[in-house]
Design a protein around this ligand. Structure first.
Ligand code: UDP
Ligand code: MG
Length: 320
């Protein structure tokens, strides 16, 4: 027998929780019919929801045997919620999925097939992303190009979010990474192992609202870069050298202009503008450094990534 853990983070998903759990139960039941040696546990994380998500999940928990309910003490964010559940997963493989039906749960069947054929990671890659707006598509495309440029050996696939299957050994590698700023989309490709892809069409969110506004997307993007590469720190050094050269050239030019008596009243403004421009650049790179220092600080503090308020484990795994 093999056990597959389905991990689903939920934050204010009262409108989706019933639909998701009904669908996922149906799908896992039908997979179990064709694959008698597979069983499922579903680990739902209530990521500090302020709506009725917990009550709905608790009702489901009371009436099901293979559902685990993990409630965090407040909202920690999707990545932290996923990690909290991955730590509880007992499966030989884990599948991470959103609860808003954007990740088509039907793809789980193919993911398991690929895993049984020997894949350690199965990514669900979006063929079409028409359900996302133009801005989200374009910005995601540019972001993954940049991330791949910045990294030497690891390839970060485009159009793949957290909807993936991880074998136990990849899961163990990812869980054993000591850092606190965990960026799953970076850690899984970093872990390596045989990776396969199933193609999906990303659907529109059925109900409720996306939790990712521009601010949250930018934060995730910066976290991703800071947790995968330190190359931007080197840019600061290059920029520093360039600035020194420019400043030297500028000084020489100024002295020349002065000595020929060409400079008039606008000089002062030129100097002020120049100073403003250069201090801006310095501040920008100081900002980038500060960002990394901030991250290092977080790692040193070594706070837990999330805090569990309650954990109700699976009552029994049926293996029927
Ligand atoms: N989510 C979460 N905690 C958060 C934000 C989101 O657990 O702080 C969950 C959310 O309930 C959903 C999944 O993460 O199951 C993806 O979120 P969403 O659909 O808002 O993201 P999008 O698809 O818009 O990128
Ligand atoms: Mg969504």
């Amino acid at each position: 027998m093999k056990l597959v853990s389905v991990i689903v983070p939920m934050y204010n998903e009262a409108e989706m929780a019933d639909t998701f759990l009904t669908t996922i139960s149906g799908i896992t039941q039908s997979i179990k019919k064709t694959k008698k040696h597979i069983d499922f546990e579903i680990i739902a994380v209530n990521d500090g929801s302020s709506d009725a998500t917990y009550d709905i999940l608790k009702k489901w928990y009371d009436s099901s045997d293979n559902l685990a309910l993990l409630s965090l003490s407040r909202n920690f964010g999707q990545e932290a919620a996923i990690f909290a559940a991955l730590e509880k997963a007992k499966g030989d493989a884990a599948i991470i999925i959103d609860c808003d039906m954007q990740d088509p749960p039907q793809a789980i069947f193919q993911m398991i097939e690929k895993w049984e054929e020997g894949a350690d990671v199965v990514n669900a890659q979006r063929k079409k992303r028409s359900s996302d707006g133009r801005f989200k598509r374009k910005s995601a495309g540019c972001y993954y190009k940049l991330l791949n440029k910045l990294s030497d050996k690891v390839h970060y696939p485009h159009n793949v979010n957290n909807f993936r299957l991880l074998s136990r050994r990849v899961l163990d590698v990812v869980l054993s990474m000591p850092e606190k700023n965990k960026f799953l989309r970076g850690l899984i490709p970093y872990a390596g192992f045989k990776t396969e892809t199933v193609e999906i069409v990303r659907q529109k969110r059925q109900k409720g609202k996306s939790k990712y506004d521009i601010k949250a997307m930018v934060r995730l993007g910066f976290n991703g870069i800071a947790s995968t590469t330190t190359k931007p720190l080197i840019w600061a050094a290059y920029a520093g050298i360039m600035l020194c050269l420019l400043a030297l050239l500028g000084t020489v030019a100024l002295i020349t202009l002065f000595s020929f008596g060409i400079l008039a009243d606008y000089t002062l403004w030129g100097v002020i503008c120049g100073l403003g421009f250069f201090s801006g650049i310095i501040l920008l790179f100081l900002g980038i450094m500060g960002f990394y220092i901030g991250k290092a600080f977080e790692e040193i503090k070594a706070r837990p990534l999330s805090i569990t308020a309650e954990y109700l484990p699976v009552k029994k795994i049926s293996y029927d």
